[in-house]
Design a protein around this ligand. Structure first.
Ligand code: C2E
Ligand code: MG
Ligand code: MG
Length: 504
């Protein structure tokens, strides 16, 4: 007999007792216990699952927020991106429609950012963009939006303005903030920007137009010499169209050999002898005639075409200089203007050596004219490039002295031979006392640094006489000789220039 039969037999009502017997049997108890444990476990699991579900929901929500942030912000600077800007612009338009108050869109582009990126690497470029973004934020109110459009372009939406002049003030503030040196890694980077401004409702009533007009005005500001701002004007659209046409034909001009060099001599103020010749590029445009550098060099600098163009200028200037020497003419130093982008190009020195080898011109007959801003960009790499050039025997001049950022320490540090005072100071001497004092000061500074000082843009005998009195070494300008074609230069070099009278 089994144990269970024995229990059944001792009970009067089999059915009832079978139940009682079941609940109390150790097996059943065991099963119930198991079930309870399982129930408890399931309950615990449910609690855990609920907690996890809640966590998951929170994470999902966070991811959603993050995704939303990512969709509306720039990943590098975390500033609003174009999508968010369009959104805020649309809001600003509907508010302005109600209040009748204007607002401004500022389109900003860093000047020559590309070559910082190219020469110092993207890491430095990224940090510079971060630093610029931070500075821009410091220039506007909480209610304004600073957006990074992409690359080195930023757009600001200033909603709280009463007049367009308020936007101009903000633009000035931004330019000043950006111009302060950016300390990145071991570099002290000096950058500038150009800003275009469009005003709602005068320049556009929809988001796209407002941004487009601000962009057009920005290009205009770049054309004005950079580090400046410009308000949109209707005529700019026509100019922007013309600019695009220029850009397209510029690409073809090198292949079609449409560039020519003109030459302007530089004279020793004491003896009247020629001390150098500057090569100035011209574009013989098939429809528009002979174009000055101002019409195409800034465009070529923006789109990088200045690199092949600059190389052509260098090659051609050296080739023609050597050809003149081969003809038996006395050797004269040929000076070539070098853009920041060319100078920053890592191949610049190598390519220059190649040009000298191919044309057989001795390095001591080549001079480079660099602007102050070229030298200020990245002091350390500039220093080594300049020493390399100077060691080759190439003369180095700083062009347009007085117009760039004023830091005189670099003049002492770099192997510079010549300071070329900008024509804007020369124009008003000797009448304007301030400019006269500045010119004297620049001459004495050059002298004390043992540099050769030259004045450019000398147009009158009075200017030449004043410069001579101040012990300026040499001069260049319409008063002595205008820039001329190569065919005109050769006979003059043969026969000798007769310098007009300017001594007291
Ligand atoms: P820059 O190097 O400062 O050249 C002086 C400019 O002043 C030249 O203008 C010259 O024609 C002009 N000039 C000379 N004497 C006088 C004068 O007495 N009065 C006045 N009002 N102007 C005078 P240009 O040829 O139009 O060149 C303008 C600028 O374009 C140059 O300024 C230089 O920065 C740039 N440039 C010229 N050729 C080249 C080139 O081959 N490569 C590069 N990167 N830039 C160039
Ligand atoms: Mg020059
Ligand atoms: Mg100059």
């Amino acid at each position: 007999m089994s144990g269970s039969d024995r229990n059944n037999a001792s009970l009067p009502d089999g059915k009832e007792h079978a139940h009682v017997k079941d609940t109390h049997s150790p097996e059943r108890l065991q099963t119930a216990g198991d079930q309870l444990t399982r129930l408890q476990e399931a309950n615990a699991n449910l609690v855990i699952a609920t907690i996890e579900a809640r966590k998951l929901a929170e994470q999902l929500q966070m991811a959603q927020v993050e995704l939303d942030h990512l969709a509306h912000h720039d990943t590098l600077t975390h500033l609003p991106n174009l999508i968010l800007l369009y959104d805020r612009l649309a809001q600003a338009i509907s508010v302005a429609q109600r209040t009748g108050k204007p607002f401004a869109v500022l389109f900003m582009d860093l000047d020559a950012f590309k070559h910082i990126n190219d020469s110092l690497g993207h890491g430095v470029g990224d940090q510079l963009l971060l630093s610029v973004g931070k500075r821009l934020l410091g220039c506007v109110r909480q209610s304004d939006t600073i957006c990074r459009k992409g690359g080195d372009e930023f757009v600001a939406l200033l909603t709280d303005i009463n007049h367009p002049e308020d936007a101009a003030l903000s633009a000035q503030k931004m330019l000043a903030a950006i111009a302060r040196p950016h300390h990145i890694e071991e570099h002290d980077l000096h950058v500038s920007a150009s800003i275009g401004i469009s005003i709602y409702p005068d320049d556009g009533r929809d988001t796209e137009t407002l941004i487009k007009q601000a962009d057009t005005a920005m290009y205009h500001a770049k054309g004005q010499g950079r580090n400046t701002y410009a308000f949109f004007e209707q005529e700019m659209t026509e100019r922007a169209v013309a600019r695009q046409a220029t850009e397209a034909s510029l690409r073809l001009a090198l292949d079609r050999q449409e560039f020519v060099l003109h030459y302007q001599p530089k004279f020793d103020l004491h003896s009247g002898a020629i001390v150098g010749i500057e090569a100035l590029v011209r574009w013989q445009h098939p429809q528009r005639g002979l174009l000055a550098p101002a019409d195409f060099v800034p465009i070529a600098e923006d789109n990088g075409l200045i690199l092949p163009l600059g190389r052509w200028v260098l090659y051609e200037a050296c080739r023609q200089a050597q050809a003149r020497q081969d003809m038996g003419l006395p050797p004269v130093i040929i000076c070539v203007n070098t853009s920041a982008l060319e100078f920053r190009d890592s191949d610049f020195v190598a390519s220059l050596r190649e040009v000298l080898e191919e044309t057989r011109l001795k390095p001591c007959y080549l001079g480079l004219e660099l602007t102050e801003t070229v030298l200020m960009r990245d002091v350390r790499s500039t220093d080594s490039a300049l020493h390399e050039l100077s060691d080759l025997g190439i003369r180095l001049a700083v062009d347009d002295v007085g117009t760039g950022y004023s830091s005189l320490s670099y003049l002492r540090r770099f192997p510079i031979d010549t300071l070329k005072m900008d024509s804007s100071f020369i124009q008003s001497i000797p009448q304007n006392a301030d400019d006269a004092a500045l010119v004297s000061a620049m001459i004495s500074m050059g002298k004390s640094l043992k540099q050769h000082v030259i004045a450019e843009g000398v147009e009158t005998a009075e200017q030449a006489a004043f410069l001579l009195d101040q012990h300026c070494d040499s001069a260049q300008g319409f008063f002595f000789a205008r820039p001329m074609a190569a065919e005109a230069l050769t006979p003059l070099l043969k026969s000798g220039f007769s310098v007009p009278h300017y001594r007291h």
